[in-house]
Design a binder for this molecule. Structure first.
Ligand SMILES: Nc1nc2c(ncn2[C@@H]2O[C@H](COP(=O)(O)OP(=O)(O)OP(=O)(O)O)[C@@H](O)[C@H]2O)c(=O)[nH]1
Ligand SMILES: [Mg+2]
Length: 400
């Protein structure tokens, strides 16, 4: 990585100069005004420091076309669904395909963006197929429970699968009452839900290093603080939070540092970060990445630089529950390339669609590392457990 300083009569002129030299693939590290008294020609100047990857991106035309997996639009049988059927895992297959084909060369990002475009088409197609399918002729209570789950944000293919499974395991089959059906579905939901194990030790590592990734405003910084503060997570350990945000640690993070005694360091450059990681002695180091659209050019490459520098024992993907399920799938597809070890679901307090949680874990097959349900650092963080989401999924509707 190269670091270089540019000056201009204004900030935008300095940026234009940097872009002329390095193209638009620059990262702004610092900007400041130089007063007229300190310049040679006696006029005030703007100065910026940028970093840039010296390697040029390979033109997109070299990228091989990616063949999307075929969609299975056949409707599964009502009583035979014991485990996820082939057609239920289209998204997962797409992820596997992307992972399997992950190119080692520099054009990886362009290729992934192409693949995401194909994935978007497939999700659209899947939704269209699901909508046009006639519903199974289920006894009324089964349909009612399925519709409740869908009203709460669960995708139809999962709701259908759970109901078919419930139909096959409830003692009273077609004459089962609503409560009995819900209880069967709850057994399935608990089986699906995997909680991240915080007691697991990082192999061969002197400390646990967690890298937080996710889209802009997903709740990465807030979740980093919540992880550091929670007594059953890292609250009893010595924690260092590293902010890599280009604008420095947020006021909230600084205030948290003072209040909780958690050390917070500001490392904007990847080389600085790499150096710090070698010397950090704390039990746990949480590295907070800056938010950006997962579809922004070069974003994956930037994240990979963080991964190389930090060598995390865990990567937590932060997903806000307020995001539309389709957008969650699409951004998650990109983050899956980093092989995250857990998902943090934030803004649970702001959704009326808690069922999305089960659809997302059904597709990503990742353990849940935490459920955040508010802005208060010391209070609004739940240990990962299925009961919390199940309660939201059913109890609200039943008025319990
Ligand atoms: N209601 C609610 N708000 C939350 C939750 N988690 C985070 N927030 C709020 O969401 C906003 C963004 O949170 P941040 O933690 O700054 O998000 P971020 O992912 O670090 O954002 P960037 O670094 O800018 O990408 C802040 O106002 C937080 O207080 C949550 O679980 N519930
Ligand atoms: Mg942040």
């Amino acid at each position: 990585m190269k670091v270089k300083t540019f000056t201009g009569s204004s900030l935008s002129e300095a940026i234009v100069k940097a872009k002329q030299e390095f193209g638009s693939n620059i990262i702004l590290l610092e900007s400041k005004q130089i007063p007229a008294s300190r310049t040679k020609n006696g006029t005030k100047l703007a100065q910026i420091t940028v970093s840039v990857d010296p390697e040029q991106p390979v033109p997109q035309k070299n990228v091989e076309a990616w063949a999307p997996p075929r969609l299975d639009t056949k409707r599964p049988q009502v009583t035979t669904a014991k485990s996820p059927t082939k057609g239920d895992n289209d998204f997962n297959k797409v992820i596997q395909d992307i992972l399997a084909k992950k190119p080692k060369v520099k054009d990886q990002e362009n290729k992934i963006l192409d693949e995401l475009a194909s994935l978007k088409d497939q999700i659209n197609q899947l939704q269209a197929n699901t909508k046009s399918e006639p519903t199974d002729a289920l006894p009324a209570f089964y349909s009612e429970v399925r519709d409740e789950m869908m009203d709460k944000g669960m995708q139809q293919k999962l709701a259908d699968r759970l109901i078919r499974r419930a139909y096959s395991i409830t003692e009273n089959g077609p004459t089962a009452g609503k409560q009995e059906i819900i209880e069967s579905v709850i057994i399935e939901l608990k089986n699906m839900f995997k909680a991240y194990n915080y007691k697991k030790k990082a192999p061969k590592k002197k400390n646990k290093v967690v890298l937080m990734v996710g889209g802009t405003g997903a709740g990465k910084t807030t979740s980093a603080m919540k992880l550091a503060a929670h007594q059953e997570i890292f609250g009893k350990k010595e924690v260092l939070v590293v902010s890599t945000d280009l604008y420095g640690p947020t006021e909230a993070l600084k205030a948290f540092s003072k209040m909780n005694g958690t050390e917070v360091l500001d490392k904007k450059r990847v080389d600085e970060l790499e150096k710090l990681m070698k010397s950090a002695e704390q039990d746990v180091v949480i590295v907070d990445t800056p938010g950006e659209s997962p579809f922004a050019p070069n974003y994956l490459k930037k994240l990979e630089e963080y991964v190389k520098a930090v060598k995390p024992s865990d990567i937590f993907l932060v997903l806000p529950m307020t995001t539309d399920l389709k957008d969650m799938y699409l951004s998650a597809a990109l983050y899956m390339l980093l092989k995250p070890s857990g998902i943090m679901l934030t803004k649970f307090d702001e959704t009326a669609q808690p069922g999305k949680l089960f659809s997302i874990i059904d597709e990503l097959k990742l353990p849940v590392a935490g459920i955040a349900d508010g802005k208060r650092i010391f209070i609004d963080m739940q240990m990962p457990n299925a009961d919390y989401a199940i309660h939201k999924l059913f109890d609200m509707n039943r008025g319990a």
